[in-house]
Design a protein around this ligand. Structure first.
Ligand SMILES: Nc1ncnc2c1ncn2[C@@H]1O[C@H](COP(=O)(O)OP(=O)(O)OP(=O)(O)O)[C@@H](O)[C@H]1O
Length: 310
């Protein structure tokens, strides 16, 4: 597998803020790489370095084997920024032609519009589009020149469910046609739906870099759900990484609370629970979703595990 881009011990500071802290990462051809992290984790900074829009404070960023701040190394790069800004007075088809003209092998306008679901908007001026329509067009623009590498910063923010699913299908189709994609997202289900590989970042550091399944299994989290009148004490038992009152789990009429506990080892935790003698009922155990695994990863960075007050 070819390496298309690489960060080698990259640190980027903004004044006293360290947005990226000694990050090393390779982007390999053919993959959809999901960048996952809370607000301010450093995801957008990583993309701007890959786009050559900023330089690292230290370390090396390489795009197609060269320095991304030099235009010739960006020739096969497509990207969609977090903020969508299309020129108000141009028609949609004109914006597509303008962007695609920079690439030697463009996707025909009608095909792109069909794939990304805006065939009916081609003659519309950009200023007259809704936020969601602009977003779909901005994502499509990243693919307009069949770039080898596409960077998508929160591509489906603000889109409804149907529009998001449509975009995911289009992104997958372009990957099948040979594009490599890096996608940041706040929607964890988006990363689960798209990514082959997941990089979890928090506070500028890479906490995990592995296949989707491996990231899930690496944290080996399980969710133990139960009801108990002693919720607080159960949440404080050894082995609990995170404790949360389940949705709709307000104290019920019988004085018990429903709890969802993220634990590293469910067998061990159940033994601890039984030994504690604390009352519980309706215990259920299941594997953690990516979202839950991600939360467990990011909250376990400090010395002590986080316990959300229950
Ligand atoms: N131009 C800048 N000047 C000062 N600080 C900045 C600048 N750009 C980013 N930062 C800081 O660097 C850190 C990382 O920001 P970044 O935008 O990369 O995070 P992110 O993971 O993309 O967050 P979000 O999910 O909220 O978009 C944050 O603390 C942010 O405030």
């Amino acid at each position: 597998m070819t390496t298309l881009a690489r960060l080698d011990s990259v640190t980027r500071r903004f004044g006293s803020t360290t947005a990226l802290d000694a990050v090393s990462l390779e982007i390999r051809s053919g993959e959809i790489l999901g960048l996952l992290g809370p607000n301010g984790a450093g995801k957008s900074t990583m993309l701007t370095l890959l786009q050559g829009r900023r330089r690292p404070t230290s370390g090396t960023v390489e795009l197609f084997g060269g320095d991304p701040s030099l235009a010739r190394f960006r020739a096969e790069l497509g990207s969609t920024p977090q903020e969508t800004a299309l020129p108000d007075t141009l028609r949609v088809s004109e914006v597509i032609d303008l962007v695609a003209a920079h690439f030697p092998d463009r996707v025909p306008t009608a095909q792109l519009a069909e794939e990304f679901g805006f065939a009916d908007l081609l003659r519309r001026q950009c200023g007259a589009l809704s936020g969601g329509q602009k977003r779909r067009i901005a994502v499509a623009l990243a693919f307009a020149g069949r770039p080898r590498l596409v960077l998508l910063d929160e591509p489906t923010t603000g889109l409804d469910v149907d529009a998001r699913h449509g975009l995911w299908a289009a992104i997958r189709r372009h990957r099948a046609d040979g594009a490599t994609v890096v996608v940041t997202s706040h929607y964890l289900e988006e990363i689960e739906a798209l990514a082959d590989r997941v990089v979890v970042i928090d506070q500028g550091r890479v906490l995990a870099d592995d296949s989707l399944d491996a990231v899930r299994s690496r944290v080996e989290s399980s969710i133990v759900s139960l009801r108990s009148p002693s919720a607080q004490r159960i949440a404080e038992l050894a082995g609990v990484v995170r404790a949360e009152r389940a949705e709709g789990g307000e104290a019920s009429g019988d004085g018990t609370d429903r709890l969802d506990l993220t634990v590293a080892d469910s067998d061990e935790f159940v033994r601890t629970l039984v030994t504690s003698g604390l009352p519980f009922e309706r215990l259920a155990v299941r594997g953690a979703s990516l979202e839950e695994a991600f939360l467990a990863l990011t909250v376990s960075t400090p010395a002590s595990p986080e316990r959300i007050p229950v």
